[in-house]
Design a protein around this ligand. Structure first.
Ligand code: GDP
Ligand code: IMO
Ligand code: MG
Length: 425
């Protein structure tokens, strides 16, 4: 039995979707446990490319049961659309391979309105650059104990009453702020259709995941976002609203930590960030542009250009510590193929002091000047390499240096977006 948690160790978009898809060859179950449709997980199989937002990336394997755990916030309209779009592409999706937790909190249209309203109200320099998917406001309702959960979709009369009550409450806020209000009747009719469509998928997934663990099944937890977007450990307040780190897998699914036997940390061979907030190794120059171009760094959910920079070992070593990473899946190595020199940040200079641990204070992180070690590039193509020993010696040295700096071993290397461009080490 293998029960593994896979998390992003940087600012998201590390290539988690691709690695999940590769690992699910041997998995009975894949479980999303936090976040919502702010996530965009890309899976490329042969000539097909899919971007998943809520559905676990194990959906392309016929024997894998996919769960959307209780820690996920679910926009019913987005989930309905995602299921239908995949079905139209010929992917089988039914309650036999996809379950939605009764306990998931719903993202309803007023949450998206609130997300936009908060962002507008923040002054320049304080904007978060959210995905505007209503994630923060939905989690806020959950914690404020006024949220609506998926189980309410099973009782339409109750759901309608709650939806109308909440929408009326939020409309009063919007009108007070001079914002457009929701047309509650037409919003409800869309929600009603989605509720009917999704009802057959709704289950107590806590029972499903625990039964699978007791039966000795192989289970993979699919993290969304990444360590530095975690609401507790990330570059607060420039974070998302959930625990993106390993601990979230338990609270977001109802499986006890005693079952988890491995943590896989997905790490990009350089660093990217989309949205606002500090990013010490960001390159606002031609090298940053070159990384973005070679890595095709545009957001899978919002299409925004991702900020790019060198690998940050200060951030990543702290991240691997918090997540308890055993094995690294290092992605996008091929993106560095044409760089004559490659740099790794091994410490920060903050107001003249050398710092090797990520500070808790966002303002200190913003003031950090990276201290780099420079490595010779390999200047040759890695995208068709099939093993570690086939990689150029300088690429091997670079990867070993990363593993050494973050104190974890290398388990998987990815040298291209396709499922086949991956090998175990
Ligand atoms: P996720 O959110 O962590 O699942 O990552 P995204 O899907 O948002 O972004 C990763 C992007 O990099 C996607 O477009 C992937 O297809 C692509 N990708 C993943 N691994 C590799 C790789 O090893 N090399 C290259 N060139 N692209 C990759
Ligand atoms: P995946 O799972 C990268 C970022 C947003 C913003 C901040 C808060 O694909 O790695 P939110 O909408 O969550 O309130 O936005 O978090 N963000 C992501 N960045 N990858 C993601 O997911 C992200 N999900 C949210 O850009 O800066
Ligand atoms: Mg993504």
């Amino acid at each position: 039995m293998a029960i593994s948690v896979l998390v992003g160790t940087q600012w998201g978009d590390e290539g988690k979707g691709k690695i999940i898809d590769v690992l699910t060859e041997n998995m009975d179950m894949v479980v999303r446990f936090q976040g919502g449709n702010n996530a965009g997980h890309t899976v490329e199989i042969g000539t097909s490319k899919h971007v998943l937002h809520l559905i676990p990336s194990g959906i392309f394997r016929s024997r894998t049961l996919c769960l959307i755990g209780n820690g996920v916030v679910v926009d019913p309209l987005a989930l309905e659309k995602e299921i239908k779009e995949l079905q139209e592409k010929g992917i089988e999706i039914s309650p036999a391979n996809l379950q939605l937790s009764t306990r998931c909190h719903l993202i309803l249209p007023y949450h998206c309105g609130m997300d936009a309203m908060h962002e507008l109200a923040r002054p320049e320099g304080k904007k978060i650059g959210t995905t505007k998917r209503g994630i923060g406001p939905a989690y806020a309702d959950k914690v404020s104990r006024i949220g609506i959960r998926a189980l309410e979709m099973l009782d339409i009369a109750r759901y309608e009453t709650r939806f109308r009550e909440q929408a009326t409450y939020y409309n009063s806020i919007f009108s007070g702020k001079g914002m457009e209000t929701l047309d509650i009747d037409s919003e409800w009719s869309r929600q009603l259709a989605a509720a009917k469509f999704l009802s057959p998928f709704i289950r107590d997934t806590v029972l499903t995941v625990n039964q699978a663990a007791r039966d000795g099944k192989n289970i993979l937890f699919e993290g969304a976002q990444g360590m530095w977007l975690d609401v507790d450990y990330g570059t607060y307040p420039f974070v998302t609203s959930s625990n993106t780190t390993t601990g979230g897998a338990c609270t977001g699914s109802g499986l006890s930590p005693k079952y988890i036997n491995e943590v896989v940390g997905v790490i990009k061979a350089y660093t990217t960030r989309v949205g606002e907030g500090p990013f010490p190794t960001e390159l606002k120059d031609a090298t940053g542009e070159m990384l973005g171009k070679a890595g095709n760094e545009f957001g899978a959910t919002t299409g925004r250009k991702r900020r790019c920079g060198w690998f940050d070992a200060v951030a990543s070593s702290y991240s691997c510590m918090v997540n308890g990473v055993d094995e690294l899946a290092i992605t996008k190595l091929d993106v560095l193929d044409d760089f004559e020199q490659i740099r790794i940040c091994t410490a920060y200079d903050i107001a003249g002091k050398t710092v090797t641990h990520m500070p808790s204070d966002n303002e200190e992180i913003a003031a950090a000047k990276p201290i780099y070690e420079t490595f010779p590039g390999w200047m040759s193509k890695t995208s068709s390499c099939k093993s570690f020993s086939e990689l150029p010696q300088n690429a091997q040295n670079y990867l070993n240096k990363i593993a050494d700096l973050v104190s974890a071993s290398i388990g998987i290397i990815s040298v291209g977006p396709n499922r086949d461009q991956t090998f175990l080490v």
